[in-house]
Design a protein around this ligand. Structure first.
Ligand code: SF4
Length: 318
């Protein structure tokens, strides 16, 4: 059976259960790169352009890990997922960056998914099928099977990516961990922040707990319509939890070198200041020492406890 490599980075965290079922259904074996580690990070830095953001560097490391283990590597060019909305330019250009930066690659499946121009994901999957000499009929059947149970995505997140008992501890602090899914769920680049919170009995909330309808509705409460789908997701989730008073604080995990995050952190922090929800931004970069993140986390949690006692004496913003 031929093998398709899936790098464990970026859009993997939004799509893997669907990709896996689609490729298995058309008769291909999936090989996922290892979890991010120091070698993958170092190879990613070595094999990518300096200007790239951290997640783009990391996915280069995952592709480099897979390149001599598989027949193809799946790096789709995801341009747009909704009408009049786009993904970040670095997501659009990802296949090109990879093909021009890493030597001796197997064939890259870089199918375009552009839902601003074409309706439905299915047409994109038909193009994937064409790469692999699979008929439109077979491809559509595999697509329908892969997407027949949307809830499998959340089941996967709960089973594989969130700590056990990540939520539902009554009378404990509730924190929204916000950011791109590749920052929230890659526990190497965020230095295990979900586990650190869970070990302190803190309930963890993420954007993935919400339906896309909720996210899109609450993202429209900002004055300016965001045309980045991933930005809408982050702002919509923040608005939902803040306005419904479901959380006691927000930790925003942003990426070093991300233009989008520089705007989104500002938007979310402003909203959290208005509603007096404690907010902390951690910018993830290439350094791997944990002391900085531990210190900031402790300081944030202490601030929340003091604030709870002294109410308005302590600022919500850190
Ligand atoms: S949204 Fe930010 S972190 Fe994600 S690929 Fe674009 S620049 Fe990088």
């Amino acid at each position: 059976m031929k093998k398709i490599g899936v790098p464990r980075g970026m859009l993997y965290y939004e799509n893997f259960p669907f990709w896996k079922d689609y490729f298995n259904e058309i008769g291909y074996e999936i090989v996922v790169s290892k979890k991010t580690n120091k070698d993958i990070l170092d190879n990613g830095i070595l094999n990518s352009v300096d200007e790239a953001c951290l997640p783009v560097k990391i996915i280069h490391g995952h592709v480099d890990y897979l390149k001599d283990k598989v027949d193809y590597i799946f790096v789709p060019r995801v341009v747009s997922l909704y009408k009049r909305e786009y993904c970040c330019p670095k997501i659009l250009g990802l296949p090109e960056m990879i093909k021009n930066s890493i030597e001796d690659l197997p064939e890259i499946i870089d199918t375009i998914f552009d839902l601003d121009k074409r309706s439905g994901l299915e047409s994109g999957y038909r193009d994937v099928g064409k790469y692999l000499n699979v008929s439109n009929k077979e491809s559509s059947k595999a697509y329908k099977k892969a997407y027949s149970q949307k809830e499998k995505y959340n089941d996967w997140i709960r089973a594989e990516l969130l700590p056990m008992n990540y939520k539902f501890r009554p009378n404990n602090i509730n924190i929204l961990v916000l950011g791109h899914s590749y920052n929230v769920f890659d526990d190497y680049i965020n230095m295990g922040i979900l586990d650190k919170l869970s070990k302190r009995n803190i309930n963890i909330y993420t954007a993935e707990d919400l339906s896309s309808e909720h996210i899109r509705k609450f993202s429209s409460y900002t004055k300016k319509r965001l045309f980045w789908t991933h930005g809408r997701r982050i702002v919509g989730a923040a608005n939902y939890y803040i306005m419904n008073k479901e959380i006691d604080g927000i930790i925003f995990l942003s990426s070093f070198g991300c233009g989008l995050d520089s705007v989104l952190t500002h938007m979310v922090s402003r909203q959290s200041t208005i509603y007096e929800v404690p907010f902390m931004n951690l910018t993830l970069d290439e350094q791997t020492g944990e002391a900085g993140i531990n210190t900031r986390l402790e300081a944030f949690l202490d601030m929340m406890k003091w604030r709870d006692k002294d109410k308005s004496y302590i600022s919500t913003f850190r």
